[in-house]
Design a protein around this ligand. Sequence first.
Ligand code: MG
Length: 385
Amino acid sequence: MIMKKISILGSTGSIGTQTLQVCRDLNIEVVALSAGRNIDILERQIREFNVPVASVYDEVAAETLRERLNGFPCAVYSGDEGNCIVASAPEASIVVTAMMGMIGLRPTLAAIDAGKDIALANKETLVCAGQIVMPATKKKGVSILPVDSEHSAIFQCLQGAAGNSINKILLTASGGPFFGMKSEALKKVTLKDALNHPNWSMGSKITIDSATLMNKGLEWMEAKWLFDVSDDQIEVVVHRESIVHSAVEFADHSVIAQMGVPSMYLPIKYALTYPARVQSGDFSLSLIGKTLHFEQADEETFRCLKLAKQASRAGGLYPTVLNGANEQAVALFLDDKIGFTEIADLVEKALMNVPAGDAEKLDDVLRADQIAREQVRMDYKKGAV
Ligand code: MG
């Protein structure tokens, strides 16, 4: 296996810290790191991995980190520019995009522009700007290696496809903590309930997205871009056990699925070592005594999935509006300002009220994202939900 040098955007979050665990286990060199504002963790990471370049999004926190690192050979940058510097660090051959949300778009484009392969954990980037990102990767000849467990699974299933095209993607969903509940019960769930995911340990934003099933909607669009399929070629399958991580059906109706224990460590490692498979840690799956269930998703109750599928079919800036509105609504929910079912209400209102045109230009995408967030803040203040 050729040892890659990596750069991580969002190194202090859930995916970031697990990526560094892979680096620790496999002796992968880390050449640049970025974080939002968690400089305590970032400082420890910089010192442990002897990282020469870092960035903190928050300018004040960046200055504090510079003071703390006094004498340690690490250049600290800040803001969007800092993220882009980390993304295009000359020594890096692969960039892990593990930051949360639309904020990952510019640095991802900077990394592609600098010719880096992308280990993609930031699905919002493809949801909002797949039409810009995918042609850019082709132009630069760089690969996108999916880190999202479902997309890693699909990617792995396709390794044996010998060029045969996909008939259908079976995108699995755990169903989240509220599976089986109806709307009335959902109105009463709390933030603490929503943060308590049955199978996966993840950051707070994606944990809420998993509870609303918005995460599956975003993954639907991520799959469309990554695997070049249409909306008609994707089916969401609720699979409570999270052992099958997704599957691909081919023209002859043969289905290849990928299985494993539910740990993000495995898809992260595969993205970093691809095409090699490297042993580390004890993640062996025992199927003896296990029962696997597959069911339909309840889109009437979990409306975010339905809204996301509608936005996906409508195309243009609709996915950006959906995503921006969702990021803002989830932030309000995490602040305990709105109820759980109001996330879908606010996203739906934004989709109805924000004009969504064509999404070919980056500026239009960024503007639609801002307007969608503003619309949600306005609707919240008006008490429209
Ligand atoms: Mg996923």
